[in-house]
Design a protein around this ligand. Structure first.
Ligand SMILES: Cc1cc2nc3c(=O)[nH]c(=O)nc-3n(C[C@H](O)[C@H](O)[C@H](O)COP(=O)(O)OP(=O)(O)OC[C@H]3O[C@@H](n4cnc5c(N)ncnc54)[C@H](O)[C@@H]3O)c2cc1C
Length: 360
């Protein structure tokens, strides 16, 4: 019998496992044998404090992630606004090699005594005689006193328990990578009529390019094809300047179109229940505009681990904490979208400005 079973060894699940390893018998499962290539590479400077608390800062600093100097943003006007990290009290953030980062977290959990099992997929769950019984596809049953659902937006355990998910919008992200040896350590955001572009250089000499838009606002062909996707990017003047001189043909080494992924704001209507809680994207998933998903996953994991260690009433306290994060996030998101008025008649922006009125 484990004290805690964690479903999902992404950033949220691994952070919780590492934080609980010294005080609890923890099992961590993931359906993927190793971390997949995932979108999302900017890590906020405040994560440094969490690495420090977990005793991971020195090891993390040895990894080949890039320091992030900040963000150039073309939002609300053609004039660039720069938010640089030089004045941030936590220092620089990072542009992560995401796969390497997650592999590092998995290995850190294993070294701290967490029982790590992958590839193992949760298939069913029920509560019986004072503990949870989890059924998996490849390692039989797992019994645990408390379950953490860190299974990402799919929230597999919460779904099995009938917890409903609220979807606030229809945001998707189309993403591609192209080779880029640039030493530019600034990310770029540029709004456009159907959404907004984001681009940054990652450690392996690659530039990530994403377009955030609503699922019904983009031509199906553009969603599938690197050349057409880049052609659309070139229609945005800041993106055209950024991509000048780069080889974005499909034959370029490292050039790939990765397709479409969900990027909408969602939340579970109930983030904690009887001896269980949802964490990270499983609990609330952010619009990538916030660039806070990874940090939120880590910070919420630390909060949940604190509550479990203190043996306080987890359900009420944790629900209160997540609700506070949600309110703060929604207010900020709406304020930020309100600052872009150049395409106020375009559907993407009308929907966001209306959200300000109805409060989502
Ligand atoms: C386009 C886009 C850009 C983003 N950019 C950024 C960014 O720059 N910075 C940032 O901070 N955030 C960013 N994010 C958000 C960030 O990526 C997420 O918030 C973060 O990945 C959440 O981590 P997680 O551990 O909660 O979930 P996930 O990373 O989704 O991990 C969930 C894990 O659960 C496993 N799993 C799922 N189902 C099961 C099952 N049944 N059994 C076993 N295992 C299971 C999965 O294999 C996976 O490993 C972005 C998101 C999007 C969509």
């Amino acid at each position: 019998m484990f004290d805690v079973a964690i479903i999902g060894a992404g950033v949220a699940g691994c952070t919780a496992a590492i934080a609980l390893a010294a005080t609890h018998r923890v099992v961590l499962i993931d359906k993927q044998a190793e971390p997949p290539e995932r979108i999302g590479e900017s890590l906020a400077p405040a994560a440094r404090r969490i690495f420090h608390q977990l005793g991971l800062l020195a090891e993390f600093n040895q990894q080949p992630h890039l320091l992030s100097q900040g963000m150039q943003s073309y939002w609300g006007s053609e004039q660039v606004q720069v938010v640089d990290n030089i004045r941030n009290p936590d220092g620089f953030g990072w542009h992560l090699n995401r796969q390497l980062f997650e592999a590092f977290l998995r290995e850190s959990a294993r070294l701290r005594g967490v029982e790590c099992r992958w590839p193992v997929k949760l298939t069913a769950s029920y509560y019986d005689q004072g503990h949870w019984c989890l059924t998996t596809d490849s390692c039989g049953y797992i019994k645990a006193k408390f379950v953490i659902d860190a299974g990402g937006r799919q929230a597999p355990f919460a779904k099995q328990q009938g917890m409903q998910r609220e979807h606030i919008d229809k945001l998707i992200a189309c993403w591609a990578t192209i080779p880029d040896k640039s030493t530019n350590r600034m990310g770029l955001i540029a709004s456009t009529d159907i959404g907004w572009w984001y681009s940054v250089v990652t450690p392996n000499n690659r530039r990530v390019i994403t377009l955030q838009t609503d699922s019904d606002l983009i031509d199906a062909e553009i969603k599938k094809d690197l050349t057409r996707f880049i052609q659309l990017a070139l229609c945005s003047p800041p993106m055209a300047r950024l991509l000048q001189g780069l080889d974005f043909t499909a034959k370029a080494d490292g050039a790939a179109y990765h397709g479409v992924t969900a990027a909408n704001t969602t939340r579970l209507q109930q983030v904690a229940g009887k001896h269980c809680a949802a964490l990270g994207d499983a609990a609330i998933s952010f619009d990538p505009l916030s660039s806070q998903g990874i940090f939120n996953a880590m910070a919420s994991a630390m909060q949940l681990a604190d509550l479990l260690r203190s043996q306080k009433e987890v359900q009420v306290e944790y629900t209160k904490q997540i609700e506070q994060i949600w309110q703060y996030y929604v207010t900020h998101k709406n304020t930020y979208y309100r600052q872009e008025n150049r395409w106020r008649d375009a559907l993407f922006w009308r929907r966001r400005h209306l959200a300000n009125v109805v409060g989502h």
